[in-house]
Design a protein around this ligand. Structure first.
Ligand SMILES: Nc1ncnc2c1ncn2[C@@H]1O[C@H](COP(=O)(O)OP(=O)(O)O)[C@@H](O)[C@H]1O
Ligand SMILES: [Mg+2]
Length: 248
């Protein structure tokens, strides 16, 4: 369904931020990292969270995915308010239904490409984990690299393994944090093409954090963070290099 169809039919958003705020104590002061963030993302939608370095994008993604807790507000993910849930219940909710892709790939160094992709299936006690993981590595063009360790793969190849690992359980929603941040632009473009190809094929909801307008424009909808706040338009001062959190 399209966003409009979802909205009209009253289908609940797949993820929703309700007045999220995050503060951390830092050198005796309270650092306001995120302030009163509210928005939602419909099932099947592709959403870009744009913002300069330090604007709070990764912190926000961590809250949306339930990897971290907000100081105020709540996150609804897959129909549940996740902040009332304990770590284990949250992990159970995410298992197989939520995928992640990170800037630094986050593969397990001691495991081969195949074992990395099998991991999320192993957690689901998948009978044919090896066959399914092999198929996914073939799909991302690494059918001949199954038994290599991450250290022996290029950055682009490692991110392909990470994409296979993220999609192998056919998640309903995938969170990606600057997935091309550590790649040269040509390799980055290839990864993004692959990411959107897999997203379309599997109708995965995609929430992608990026400082790259061109990448963001490939999503159906964009929202922008500036100094921990959502803005509809970039402000006139927005051409500084970074957006650090404000002190209070
Ligand atoms: N645990 C923390 N302690 C102190 N400052 C933090 C902490 N986490 C994030 N920050 C600060 O909050 C701001 C936003 O960080 P982040 O969410 O990583 O931004 P982005 O992903 O947009 O670059 C930055 O100024 C960062 O230094
Ligand atoms: Mg970040």
């Amino acid at each position: 369904m399209t966003r409009t169809e979802n909205l009209l039919s009253g289908t609940p958003p797949i993820v929703q931020a309700r007045h999220l705020a995050k503060q951390v104590a830092f050198h005796g002061q309270l650092l306001h990292i995120l302030n009163d963030i509210s928005f939602e993302c419909q099932s099947g939608e592709t959403l870009a969270i744009l913002g300069k370095s330090g604007s709070g994008k990764s912190t926000l993604l961590g809250l949306l995915a339930g990897l971290d807790n907000p100081s105020q507000g709540e996150v609804m993910l897959l129909g549940q308010s996740i902040n009332a849930l304990g770590e284990d219940a949250r992990a159970r909710l995410r298992a197989g239904r939520v995928g992640f892709v990170f800037q630094n790939f986050q593969l397990l160094d001691m495991l081969t490409a195949l074992e990395n992709v099998m991991l999320p299936l192993g957690l689901q006690q998948h009978k044919a984990a090896e066959a399914v993981a092999t198929e996914w590595l073939q799909k991302v063009g690494l059918g001949d690299r199954l038994h290599q360790l991450p250290a022996s793969l290029s950055g682009g190849e490692q991110q392909r393994v990470a994409l296979a690992r993220a999609f192998v359980t056919r998640p309903e929603i995938l969170f990606a944090d600057e997935p091309t941040g550590n790649l040269d632009s040509e390799t980055g473009d290839t990864i993004i093409r692959l990411l959107f190809e897999l997203q379309k094929e599997h109708h995965t909801t995609l929430v992608i954090v990026t400082h790259d307008d061109q990448l963001a424009s490939q999503c159906q909808r964009q929202i922008r963070l500036e100094k921990g706040r959502l803005v509809s338009q970039p402000s006139p001062q927005a051409d500084t290099l970074s957006d650090t959190a404000t002190l209070a």
